[in-house]
Design a protein around this ligand. Sequence first.
Ligand SMILES: [Cu+2]
Length: 164
Amino acid sequence: MRRHLAPLILLASIVVLSACSNANAPAIQVTEAWARAPGSAQAGEPAATPTAESMAHGMARPTGAAYMRIRNTTSAPDQLLLAQSDVAQSTEIHTVEVKNGVMAMRPVDRIEIPAKGEVVLKPGGFHVMLIGLTKDLKPGDRFSLTLHFEKTGNIEIQVEVRQP
Ligand SMILES: [Cu+2]
Protein backbone atom coordinates (compact mmCIF):
# COMPACT_ATOMS: atom_id res chain seq x y z
CA MET A 1 0.00 0.00 0.00
CA ARG A 2 2.78 2.36 0.98
CA ARG A 3 4.57 1.64 -2.30
CA HIS A 4 1.60 2.99 -4.25
CA LEU A 5 1.23 6.07 -2.12
CA ALA A 6 4.62 7.63 -2.89
CA PRO A 7 3.99 8.31 -6.60
CA LEU A 8 0.57 9.66 -5.71
CA ILE A 9 2.04 12.15 -3.21
CA LEU A 10 4.66 13.15 -5.79
CA LEU A 11 1.96 13.75 -8.40
CA ALA A 12 -0.07 15.79 -5.91
CA SER A 13 2.96 17.99 -5.13
CA ILE A 14 3.58 18.65 -8.81
CA VAL A 15 -0.04 19.73 -9.29
CA VAL A 16 0.19 22.09 -6.30
CA LEU A 17 3.54 23.51 -7.45
CA SER A 18 2.35 24.26 -10.97
CA ALA A 19 -0.77 25.93 -9.61
CA CYS A 20 1.41 28.18 -7.43
CA SER A 21 3.80 29.20 -10.20
CA ASN A 22 0.73 30.37 -12.14
CA ALA A 23 2.44 29.97 -15.49
CA ASN A 24 -0.64 31.07 -17.41
CA ALA A 25 -1.04 34.50 -15.77
CA PRO A 26 0.08 37.23 -18.19
CA ALA A 27 3.33 38.87 -17.12
CA ILE A 28 2.00 42.26 -18.19
CA GLN A 29 -1.65 43.20 -17.79
CA VAL A 30 -3.03 46.23 -19.60
CA THR A 31 -6.44 47.55 -18.54
CA GLU A 32 -8.50 50.75 -18.87
CA ALA A 33 -7.07 51.50 -22.32
CA TRP A 34 -8.66 54.55 -23.91
CA ALA A 35 -7.84 57.27 -26.37
CA ARG A 36 -8.84 60.89 -26.36
CA ALA A 37 -11.33 61.70 -29.09
CA PRO A 38 -9.83 64.26 -31.47
CA GLY A 39 -10.88 67.79 -30.74
CA SER A 40 -10.48 67.52 -26.97
CA ALA A 41 -6.81 68.26 -26.34
CA GLN A 42 -5.57 69.57 -23.01
CA ALA A 43 -2.68 71.88 -22.22
CA GLY A 44 0.62 70.37 -23.31
CA GLU A 45 -1.11 67.83 -25.49
CA PRO A 46 -1.83 67.90 -29.18
CA ALA A 47 -4.79 69.60 -30.74
CA ALA A 48 -6.66 67.30 -33.07
CA THR A 49 -6.54 69.71 -35.95
CA PRO A 50 -3.21 70.37 -37.64
CA THR A 51 -1.36 73.24 -35.99
CA ALA A 52 1.38 75.41 -37.46
CA GLU A 53 3.84 73.26 -35.51
CA SER A 54 2.50 69.93 -36.74
CA MET A 55 2.42 71.26 -40.30
CA ALA A 56 6.05 72.31 -39.89
CA HIS A 57 6.87 68.71 -38.98
CA GLY A 58 5.07 67.46 -42.05
CA MET A 59 2.20 66.20 -39.92
CA ALA A 60 -0.76 67.35 -41.93
CA ARG A 61 -3.02 64.84 -40.21
CA PRO A 62 -4.35 65.21 -36.68
CA THR A 63 -2.70 63.47 -33.74
CA GLY A 64 -4.25 61.54 -30.88
CA ALA A 65 -3.15 60.12 -27.54
CA ALA A 66 -3.77 56.75 -25.90
CA TYR A 67 -3.82 56.08 -22.16
CA MET A 68 -3.92 52.90 -20.07
CA ARG A 69 -2.99 51.14 -16.85
CA ILE A 70 -0.02 48.74 -17.21
CA ARG A 71 0.56 46.20 -14.46
CA ASN A 72 3.67 44.03 -14.16
CA THR A 73 2.89 40.79 -12.29
CA THR A 74 6.47 39.50 -12.41
CA SER A 75 9.28 40.05 -9.93
CA ALA A 76 11.49 41.80 -12.50
CA PRO A 77 10.98 45.25 -14.05
CA ASP A 78 9.98 45.46 -17.72
CA GLN A 79 10.15 48.33 -20.19
CA LEU A 80 7.56 49.62 -22.64
CA LEU A 81 9.68 50.45 -25.69
CA LEU A 82 7.35 50.91 -28.66
CA ALA A 83 3.73 50.99 -29.75
CA GLN A 84 2.15 50.47 -33.13
CA SER A 85 -1.34 50.87 -34.54
CA ASP A 86 -3.06 50.91 -37.90
CA VAL A 87 -4.88 54.12 -36.92
CA ALA A 88 -1.68 56.19 -36.91
CA GLN A 89 1.16 56.70 -39.36
CA SER A 90 3.59 56.48 -36.44
CA THR A 91 3.59 56.48 -32.66
CA GLU A 92 5.85 57.80 -29.93
CA ILE A 93 5.93 57.39 -26.17
CA HIS A 94 5.63 60.80 -24.54
CA THR A 95 5.65 62.37 -21.15
CA VAL A 96 4.38 65.83 -20.18
CA GLU A 97 6.65 68.25 -18.36
CA VAL A 98 6.22 71.76 -17.03
CA LYS A 99 9.02 73.97 -18.30
CA ASN A 100 9.08 77.64 -17.33
CA GLY A 101 5.45 77.31 -16.31
CA VAL A 102 4.43 75.88 -19.67
CA MET A 103 3.26 72.29 -20.14
CA ALA A 104 5.05 70.56 -22.99
CA MET A 105 5.28 67.02 -24.33
CA ARG A 106 8.59 65.26 -24.69
CA PRO A 107 9.35 61.85 -26.27
CA VAL A 108 10.88 59.23 -23.96
CA ASP A 109 12.86 56.09 -24.88
CA ARG A 110 10.90 53.84 -22.58
CA ILE A 111 8.57 53.60 -19.63
CA GLU A 112 9.75 51.31 -16.86
CA ILE A 113 7.05 49.12 -15.34
CA PRO A 114 8.40 48.21 -11.89
CA ALA A 115 8.42 44.64 -10.59
CA LYS A 116 5.02 43.82 -9.03
CA GLY A 117 4.03 47.37 -9.79
CA GLU A 118 2.09 49.47 -12.25
CA VAL A 119 2.26 52.65 -14.27
CA VAL A 120 -0.79 54.62 -15.34
CA LEU A 121 -0.63 56.49 -18.63
CA LYS A 122 -3.00 59.42 -18.20
CA PRO A 123 -3.66 62.96 -19.41
CA GLY A 124 -0.92 65.26 -18.14
CA GLY A 125 1.57 62.37 -17.91
CA PHE A 126 2.84 59.43 -19.92
CA HIS A 127 0.88 58.66 -23.09
CA VAL A 128 1.21 56.92 -26.42
CA MET A 129 1.18 59.63 -29.06
CA LEU A 130 -0.68 58.64 -32.21
CA ILE A 131 0.90 60.70 -34.96
CA GLY A 132 -0.88 61.22 -38.26
CA LEU A 133 -4.25 59.60 -37.63
CA THR A 134 -5.33 57.52 -40.61
CA LYS A 135 -8.87 57.14 -39.28
CA ASP A 136 -11.45 59.52 -37.93
CA LEU A 137 -11.64 58.47 -34.26
CA LYS A 138 -15.07 59.04 -32.72
CA PRO A 139 -16.20 58.34 -29.16
CA GLY A 140 -17.22 54.68 -28.87
CA ASP A 141 -14.84 53.53 -31.62
CA ARG A 142 -12.30 50.82 -30.81
CA PHE A 143 -8.94 50.16 -32.37
CA SER A 144 -6.09 47.79 -31.70
CA LEU A 145 -2.71 48.93 -30.42
CA THR A 146 0.34 46.69 -30.15
CA LEU A 147 2.67 47.43 -27.25
CA HIS A 148 6.23 46.13 -27.34
CA PHE A 149 7.87 45.31 -24.02
CA GLU A 150 11.55 44.51 -23.61
CA LYS A 151 11.01 41.25 -21.72
CA THR A 152 7.41 40.29 -22.38
CA GLY A 153 7.41 41.05 -26.11
CA ASN A 154 4.30 42.19 -27.97
CA ILE A 155 0.89 42.63 -26.39
CA GLU A 156 -2.09 43.62 -28.51
CA ILE A 157 -4.75 45.61 -26.72
CA GLN A 158 -8.08 47.19 -27.66
CA VAL A 159 -8.37 50.92 -27.09
CA GLU A 160 -11.72 52.66 -26.71
CA VAL A 161 -12.12 56.22 -27.96
CA ARG A 162 -13.67 58.48 -25.33
CA GLN A 163 -14.72 62.05 -25.00
CA PRO A 164 -13.03 62.95 -21.71
CU1 LIG B 1 2.37 63.45 -26.86
